[in-house]
Design a protein around this ligand. Structure first.
Ligand SMILES: [Zn+2]
Length: 63
């Protein structure tokens, strides 16, 4: 059973895979580097600024 405390993260923060840091504005996005592999493609969290900068589309908002 995991008992150690992690003071660097909490339930409301996520790890942004683009700027490699914690963020409170993360949304789950599909990894654009893995397009074409079909189902099972990894998805990563990206924060608001990174989604804007890299033109990432959050999962669930794609048309
Ligand atoms: Zn970011």
């Amino acid at each position: 059973m995991e008992t150690r405390e992690n003071t660097e993260t909490d339930s409301s923060s996520q790890w942004c895979a683009w700027h490699q840091g914690h963020t409170f504005t993360a949304r789950l996005v599909r990894d654009p580097a893995d397009q074409g592999s079909g189902a099972g493609a990894p998805s990563l969290y990206a924060c608001g600024p990174c989604r804007y900068a890299y033109d990432l589309v959050p999962l669930g908002e794609q048309s």
